[in-house]
Design a protein around this ligand. Structure first.
Ligand code: ZN
Length: 374
């Protein structure tokens, strides 16, 4: 098989789009970021000859892997859709980021301190760094919620957890927290940490009313929802008191970093087990994911307030690494089903059955063997 030439793979993405970040810092980011790890967070890669790894392309639908990564060259290329580039362009494509945002993301991962041509550091609320600011706001919010869970007003939240046999350690392990009642507890905390009003609105952590902005989550148990790389990008929040007029579950709204059609709760914890065991267990909610992981089912994930849709299928399929490659072929020959197993579990009630049927419809898109357990 031919290999991509460096110039051809790089050209569309890296010419003339360096923006305001200094050229040598961009080079340092590109050098330090390990492309197989960055790509590997989204796609299960397997060794494919000397110096090359392959997996299912995240940018087009396929059943046999034609997406190649060459770690030593720092390049990726798909022979199916003929896309390719370096680690920066991969992050741009997979997360829908600008060049500058992708460099900032990778700088955060690799510990490179970026300097800007205009002399300033990342300007809060400015065009560049916006995504990173939203991630930062979520990290601060998560810490805040976790601390609140230990305070007296959070007793109702701790009781909810205890009734479901989750102890303090389990709650901490999943980053579960408590959003206090009141309108501006988190808001004041985030303002105190330097976040601006436009950033707070963009984060989805606050809502906007006639009299200004206020905390979106109030008097609720909150679970941080993380992307496949482990960054917290949103929250799911459960009502605790009967006085609460809001919905039973309230999630982060659509934001630049939170797309409900593609978020999967638990994916950051489950991805390695999914790739290794070639199995994924889809359960119904946050507590089900927690219970599954704590009882040894490390492959459990759940959607966040939506049905299991086509975008979820694509993410899971890439992690399963469904393929006709040599390893899978051997498993097939020895009588084990090719590809992986996808197990849906749902409550036996009417809503649960409907969810199961909807999920089963999506199953046509899996090459995997699929089970639906109601
Ligand atoms: Zn492709």
């Amino acid at each position: 098989m031919s290999t991509p030439s460096r110039s051809r793979a790089c050209e569309p993405y890296t010419q003339g789009v360096a923006g305001l970040i200094r050229r040598e810092d961009i080079a340092a980011v590109r050098e330090r970021a390990r492309i197989e790890e960055i790509v590997g967070a989204h796609v299960t890669l397997r060794q494919a000859g000397v110096g090359s790894m392959k997996g299912l392309c995240p940018f087009h639908d396929e059943r046999t892997p034609s997406f190649h990564v060459r770690p030593q060259l720092g390049l990726w290329h798909c022979f199916g859709c003929d896309e390719g580039g370096d680690v920066i362009s991969f992050v741009q494509r997979i997360d829908g980021l600008t060049f500058t945002e992708a460099v900032e993301y990778l700088a955060g991962r690799t510990g490179v301190q970026l300097r800007y041509e205009d002399g300033g550091p990342t300007r809060p609320g400015g065009e560049h760094g916006r995504r990173q600011r939203l991630i930062d706001a979520h990290r601060v919010a998560e810490e805040f919620f976790r601390e609140q869970l230990l305070t007296p007003p959070a007793q109702i939240a701790r009781r909810f957890l205890a009734e479901r046999s989750f102890d303090e350690e389990a709650a901490a392990g999943f980053g579960v927290g408590f959003a206090p009642a009141g309108w501006d507890n988190l808001l004041r905390h985030l303002r105190g940490r330097g976040f601006t009003e436009p950033e707070l609105i963009a984060s989805g952590l606050v809502s906007r009313g006639n009299r200004g902005i206020y905390d979106r989550f109030r008097g609720r148990l909150v679970w941080p929802i993380r992307d496949v790389t482990g960054d917290t990008i949103g929250f799911g929040a459960r009502r605790l008191s009967d006085d609460d007029q809001g919905p039973k579950y309230l999630n982060t709204p659509e934001t630049q970093i939170y797309k409900k059609s593609s978020v999967l709760y638990g994916i950051d914890l489950a991805k390695r087990a999914i790739a290794k065991e070639k199995r994924v267990v889809v359960v119904e909610g946050y507590t089900d994911v927690m219970a599954a992981h704590l009882s040894g089912v490390g492959t459990a994930i759940a959607t966040c307030g939506t049905a299991f849709g086509p975008d979820h299928v694509r993410i899971v399929r890439r992690l399963l690494g469904e393929s006709g490659d040599a390893a899978a072929g051997l498993m097939f020959a020895s009588g084990v089903t090719r590809g992986g197993e996808v197990i849906f579990t749902f409550d036996g009630d009417e809503a649960g059955q409907k969810a199961a049927l909807r999920a089963f419809g999506e199953d046509q898109k899996f090459a995997s063997q699929t089970f639906v357990a109601v």
